[in-house]
Design a protein. Structure first.
Length: 473
């Protein structure tokens, strides 16, 4: 592949870039309006929710793709879920072939969203997009419908300026079940491998350093999530009659879970790895502000704050089934189930991390409590090869789109399907970008999108597409 920095390509792109940025600016109101319409669709992939809403959102995305006039073909597709007789949620696949030796770029985002949770915790209705204080509020406004519209708006701007001279190959894959574990993702890649094949892949599902400074995500933690049931009795018993002699399941569960952490809150599980890597300066004050840490609560862990989030494991109990407070009675519980979510340091497989966690819990189950493990969901972390031409081109586009030099980020969260992309397309350069900032509150009540960040993200991607159009491979 020729260098993207060759003078001919750079000069041609530079001549039209003011027009591209102007097209981004004039197209921004329409992009924001279209984003609002997507936010109004409550598409959640969990079976408990109305699945026709995902059909609505996929149809809406397909219509937006069609309207760009850029794609040769736009389809709404589903793939089988391996090991079941089910199919996954509807995804949008839009493609145009490269011409005259130009590269192909694959643009990824997802149209499904997290459930809103308790509506009472939202300041405005979760599916009614609301602008205030320079932010757009609503479920999916940041994660990840803004990612969809960053793709659409950047394509619109580039098509408007370049017109028939647009020879770049573009594939756009908008998934419909990312928040539900991307269960059919690997099969979808296999089914549509030729249509999805690309030289560079933009995964627009991450974040930025802050609302004004772009970030290129170069590392992600993996994940190991599972349910463990703890049993100590074959039936409930009166706590007055047998308490003090018989261990109830809650006591056993609390004792067992407490062994997962050291006194400082760092993970105490033998076999969970840590990655050694430098991290940027990040203060406790910033952590408190971005995470909402209460004034009297101290941070946990050891090492630099970002090393704890980016490069070390974490273990969180995210769900528990036991008698509710309202239904509490003087009874020894016979069993308790908990859901454990572990984030795994980049470089360690989800399988190895899960094995370490299961071994630890079995070794530390008190009083001979019986453990049963189920619903295991694993994903590997990711480390980006930053030496490729597409990474350099993306950093330059970020600098020019935001007006600020980007920062290489690690992310404490997980995007397990990236491992599937690496497996299917080992020669593609993977670029993990996003429109979120630390105050976006993705997955939480009052999720929001910083409007200037969105504008700059669209400008960045438009510049990237424009510059890639001048490369010959």
């Amino acid at each position: 592949m020729t260098s993207p920095a060759q003078p001919g390509a750079q000069n041609l792109s530079s001549e039209r870039e003011p027009a591209v940025l102007e097209a981004v600016s004039t197209g921004y109101p329409a992009a924001l309006s279209d984003l609002g319409q997507l936010v109004r669709i409550p598409g959640m992939a969990w079976p408990a929710f109305d699945q026709t809403q995902l059909e609505r959102s996929s149809a809406a995305v397909a219509a937006l793709a069609e309207a760009t006039g850029v794609f040769d073909e736009v389809r709404v597709l589903r793939a089988a879920i391996p090991g079941t007789d089910e199919v996954g949620q509807p995804a949008v696949l839009a493609t145009r072939a490269a011409r005259n030796g130009k590269p192909t770029i694959l643009l990824y985002a997802h149209h499904d969203v997290q459930p809103p949770g308790d509506d009472a915790l939202w300041e405005t209705p979760p599916f009614e997009p609301t602008v205030r204080d320079g932010r757009l509020y609503g479920r999916g406004a940041a994660d990840d419908k803004a990612g969809i519209m960053a793709h659409i708006a950047s394509i619109r701007a580039v098509a408007e300026v370049i017109g028939d001279d647009l020879e770049l190959g573009i594939a756009m894959f908008i998934e419909g079940e990312e928040e539900y574990g991307s269960r059919s993702f690997a099969q979808f890649l296999a089914d549509n491998k030729d249509a999805l094949r690309a030289d560079a892949i933009v995964v627009a599902d991450s974040g930025n350093w802050d609302s004004v400074t772009p970030g290129l995500t170069v590392s992600l933690r993996g994940n190991a999530r599972f349910t463990v049931r703890v049993r100590t009795l074959d039936h409930a018993s009166h706590s007055g009659m047998f308490g003090g002699a018989v261990p109830d399941a809650m006591m056993a569960t609390v004792r067992m879970l407490s062994t997962l952490w050291n006194e400082d809150g760092s993970v105490a599980v033998e076999g969970l790895a840590e990655r050694e890597a430098e991290t940027p300066e990040y203060t406790e004050e910033t952590l408190r502000d971005e995470a909402g840490l209460l004034a009297g609560v101290s941070p946990i862990g050891d090492g630099t704050i970002l090393s704890r989030i980016w490069n070390k494991p974490s273990v969180t109990v995210i769900g528990i089934d036991a008698t509710s407070v309202a239904a509490a009675s003087n009874t020894l519980l016979p069993e308790v189930s908990v859901v454990i979510s572990a984030r795994v340091a980049p470089g360690q497989s989800g399988e190895d991390a899960y094995a370490a966690l299961e071994a630890h819990l079995r070794a530390n189950a008190p009083f001979g409590a019986e453990l049963t493990f189920s619903d295991v969901d694993l994903g590997n972390g990711f480390l980006v090869d930053t030496s490729g031409w597409a990474v350099a081109l993306t950093r330059e586009a970020m600098h020019d789109g935001y007006g600020v030099a980007p920062i290489d980020l690690g992310v404490g969260g997980s995007i397990p399907f990236i491992a599937d992309l690496v497996r299917e397309f080992p020669d593609a350069q993977i670029l993990v970008t996003g429109v979120e900032d630390p105050h976006s509150r993705a997955h939480s009540p009052n999720e929001s999108l910083h409007l200037d960040t969105f504008r700059h993200a669209v400008a960045t991607e438009a510049l990237l597409l424009s510059r890639m159009n001048d490369i010959v491979i």
